[in-house]
Write a protein that binds this ligand. Structure first.
Ligand SMILES: Cc1cc2nc3c(=O)[nH]c(=O)nc-3n(C[C@H](O)[C@H](O)[C@H](O)COP(=O)(O)OP(=O)(O)OC[C@H]3O[C@@H](n4cnc5c(N)ncnc54)[C@H](O)[C@@H]3O)c2cc1C
Length: 465
């Protein structure tokens, strides 16, 4: 049994690539080590409530009938998914809150422009110049070049460091694998996907809605999905992959291998040494995601969907010297989307993401881990209370749960729980082996939409020619 392509991982990028290949009648197998698909963007249940591991908001919103060149429209077309199948519900509005300053943004570009104009009037023209530059920035340019500092680029246009930090804060939190900076190519993509297109949420069952749809589309197109199937080795001969060996010891032959497991993680599976140009290190940035599911009557009195906050004078996006750093972070209220009448509403909850020090978590004994997890959850919810200006979140919580870097490492195999992967991206998706390719996070495309587009574009470029 020989496959045209074996895909490692049934996360967003792997599933999207699989659908694309199956549509073209390629014999394709996805091997996923977990019993459930989704990877970084999956779901689980606690006390009868569905909790999403990743989803705060899906970026790249486009209204029905929007320009077909917008990323979301391209994605749906390539996967042959009708617009209405996702039941996308737009955000109510999000904010960036720094000491004494607040910028609001919503889907479309008007609100952020007005906000910059009112909070930083002397910077409006500079901001609009930055906007023009980033909107015209060609993705192809970033493919040809290595790392270009996004921070330096923003500073070239915007002379107020606080405004620069405020604009960068959501972009870094939603996708930078680099401490206190972001690759210019990624900056341009994220900038457009957050400030121009904006946020939405699948109105039915959240991330489960997308995952069920992708899985169904893949399997009905003839793709094979093996769950709880850990790829242990990528075999090669004379610079070309021949197949994989699974944890059950089975060798499966393939013409191509496409891995969404991460670049360093994939290289570690290879049976031959990696040549220097393709050697990448695991990322250093990890996060804690604390969730409080609230009693029905509790009201935060906030209509904000996502709040990116920073309490210091400057924004410091780096691995903290400790378990968690709540001086900055992201608060999300999944109830604040424009749901429609018959939509099943997500459980009322408050989510907070903060930077985490992987090594500090790793050094804990199992007993210390439980104690620290509880302490961090409490600290996170106190901070969420400060951001939302509401008291007693914990007193009104039905229960809490917290995802640490170790949880993510265990369930997704991401080294150090680094959700944004390696700081060095393999932008053309190629590796030291001729027919082994990388897609998803370590190709440089992040988030739900970005990861799916990455899977599609690598499949199109190398496996459908
Ligand atoms: C806490 C958190 C919050 C987030 N918030 C958002 C958000 O609000 N909006 C948004 O758009 N994105 C968000 N993301 C990011 C988004 O989830 C990811 O960028 C995207 O899902 C990455 O998809 P991927 O396919 O590249 O990788 P992954 O999801 O990591 O998929 C890789 C898959 O490969 C599998 N795998 C790994 N090794 C092997 C092996 N050896 N054999 C078999 N299978 C293997 C893994 O189990 C995994 O399922 C968030 C992520 C997290 C963790």
């Amino acid at each position: 049994m020989k496959y045209d392509t074996i895909i490692i991982g049934a996360g967003m990028s792997g599933l999207a690539a699989g659908i694309r290949l199956a549509h073209y009648e390629k014999k394709v197998l996805i091997c996923e080590r977990h019993f459930r698909e989704g990877g970084l963007n999956s779901f689980y249940h606690r006390h009868g409530v569905m909790l999403e591991t990743g989803l705060h908001a899906m970026t790249n919103f486009a209204p029905k009938g929007a320009n077909k060149n917008l990323p979301l429209m391209k994605l749906l077309r390539q996967l042959r998914i009708p617009y209405d199948a996702l039941h996308l519900r737009p955000q109510r509005g999000s904010s960036i809150v720094f000491p004494g300053k607040r910028l609001d943004f919503n889907n479309g570009f008007t609100e952020i422009t007005d906000s910059v104009n009112s909070q930083f009037p002397a910077q409006t023209d500079r901001f609009l110049e930055l906007d023009r530059f980033l909107c015209e920035y060609e993705d192809a340019t970033s493919l040809e070049k290595g790392f270009i500092s996004g921070r330096e680029t923003v500073n070239r246009f915007v002379s107020d460091p606080v405004l620069a930090d405020m604009l960068l804060c959501p972009l870094m939190y939603y996708g930078s694998a680099v401490e206190n900076d972001i690759d210019l190519g990624q900056l341009a993509l994220l900038y457009r996907s957050i400030y121009h297109e904006g946020f939405c949420r699948p109105g039915g069952n959240g991330i489960r809605e997308i995952l069920d749809l992708l899985k169904e589309r893949f399997q009905e197109s003839g793709g094979e999905l093996r769950m709880s199937c850990h790829v242990e080795k990528i075999c090669s001969k004379e610079g070309k992959v021949t197949g994989i060996i699974t944890d059950k010891g089975e060798f499966i032959e393939a013409e191509n291998i496409l891995s969404s497991a991460g670049a360093p993680e994939t290289m570690a599976l290879c049976d031959v040494c990696v040549t220097p140009g393709y050697r990448t290190e695991p990322g250093s940035l990890a996060f804690v995601e604390a969730i409080a599911v609230m009693d029905g009557g509790f009201n935060t009195a906030s209509n904000r969907t996502v709040i990116f906050f920073n309490q210091e004078e400057r924004f410091d996006y780096r691995s903290p010297d400790g378990l968690m750093d709540t001086r900055s972070g992201v608060v999300c209220l999944p109830e604040n989307f424009y749901f429609e009448k018959n939509d099943p509403l997500p459980a009322r909850m408050i989510r907070l993401t903060a930077l985490a020090g992987y090594q500090y978590w790793k050094n804990l004994s199992p007993e210390q881990y439980q104690v620290c997890k509880k302490k961090c959850t409490e600290e996170a919810m106190i901070q969420a209370g400060v951001v939302l200006r509401c008291d007693a979140i914990l007193d009104n919580a039905r229960f809490t749960d917290t995802i640490t870097p170790l949880t993510l490492e265990k369930f997704t195999n991401r080294t150090r729980g680094a959700i944004y992967g390696s700081a060095v991206k393999l932008k053309d998706g190629r590796t030291h082996l001729r027919n082994l390719y990388i897609c998803g996070t370590d190709q440089g495309f992040l988030g739900i939409t970005g990861a799916m587009l990455s899977g599609i574009s690598i499949a199109n470029q190398y496996m459908l020619v």
